[in-house]
Design a protein around this ligand. Structure first.
Ligand code: GLU
Length: 283
């Protein structure tokens, strides 16, 4: 069976883009050209009748730029102040770009509490479903301004996998600063090979996922594998691809062999709430 071909028929797609993919590396300014293409591609997917969710980082990076802070802040209150400034700016831009294509977009900000509390979780789920019915594209980020250590997801790789499980998505695309999962860290080992297909997440694979954090975002390969465990256990396929070119989204949906595909492995015992409370990944 050609698993890539099956991606053409996905009905509910969650796309996650990280700060490193959204900003110019030298200046930390948002890459507006890329954002515009991203918005056009997502609007086109919506136009094909698919439900689309965008999980976007960038709140802290955009706020930091607006406030003129040179370094990525480490103090919580400074990070949260940056997020408060940056999230509004980020949404202003997304709204403007989506409006150009007459596509309505919405903002959903989540914390772990949204998931842990049953009423909040059901409300969030109902809101997503109502937005899908209305043809709206929800734009999701963590509510960094109010989340505390105990109540934060921490990285948007995990958040996007949880959102995929919450909305019953059948495909999660993680746009990263790397082409996909490699046999070794490609920055250190030139013989490292890209793995294009992962039918099962086993110990060998876990060992390969060396953390490759960068200064803009928070997720490394380890968080991506954790996201894959959540997404695939919830019944979705997941692709990690390079966010340097957002056309990769189109290529993936056309069935082209881009990035690393993890195939769905629905685990009926998997309970998203248990995972969030215990951080025990589905096995
Ligand atoms: N929520 C954070 C932000 O918008 C980013 C988290 C991440 O990059 O994974 O800045």
């Amino acid at each position: 069976m050609n698993y890539r071909e099956l991606l053409k028929d996905k009905k509910r797609i969650v796309v996650k883009i990280g700060s490193a993919s959204l900003t110019n590396p030298n200046t930390n300014c948002l890459n507006l050209g890329k954002m515009e293409i991203l918005v056009r591609i997502l609007t086109d997917l919506r136009g094909q009748g698919k439900d689309v969710v965008l999980v976007t980082s960038g709140a802290i990076a955009v706020g930091r730029k607006a406030l003129g802070l040179k370094e990525r802040p480490t103090e919580r209150s400074v990070k949260q102040a940056c997020a408060a400034v940056g999230q509004a700016r980020l949404m202003m831009l997304y709204q403007k770009l989506f409006a150009e294509y007459s596509q309505i977009a919405a903002q959903i900000l989540m914390t772990k509490y949204t998931m842990i509390n049953e009423i909040s979780r059901m409300n969030a789920q109902n809101t997503f479903h109502e937005l899908f019915q209305m043809g709206v594209i929800p734009i999701v980020n963590e509510n960094d301004t109010v989340s505390t250590d105990e109540l934060e997801f921490g990285d948007n790789d995990t958040l996007s996998a949880i959102v995929t499980a919450l909305v019953g998505g059948d495909l999660l695309i993680l746009l990263s600063d790397i082409d996909g999962l490699y046999t070794d860290d490609p920055h250190q080992n030139k013989d490292a090979k890209l793995i294009t297909f992962v039918p099962e997440i086993n110990d060998k694979l876990n060992a390969m996922a060396k953390s490759s954090t960068n200064h803009l975002g928070t997720g490394g390969m380890v968080t991506k594998i954790s996201a894959a465990k959540i997404a695939t256990a919830s019944g979705a396929d997941m692709v990690i691809a390079n966010g340097n070119d957002v056309h990769h989204i189109d290529d993936i949906i056309k069935g082209k062999e881009v990035g690393t595909l993890f195939t769905a492995n629905k685990n009926t015992d998997f309970n998203i709430l248990d995972y969030i409370k215990t951080k025990q990944y589905p096995s």
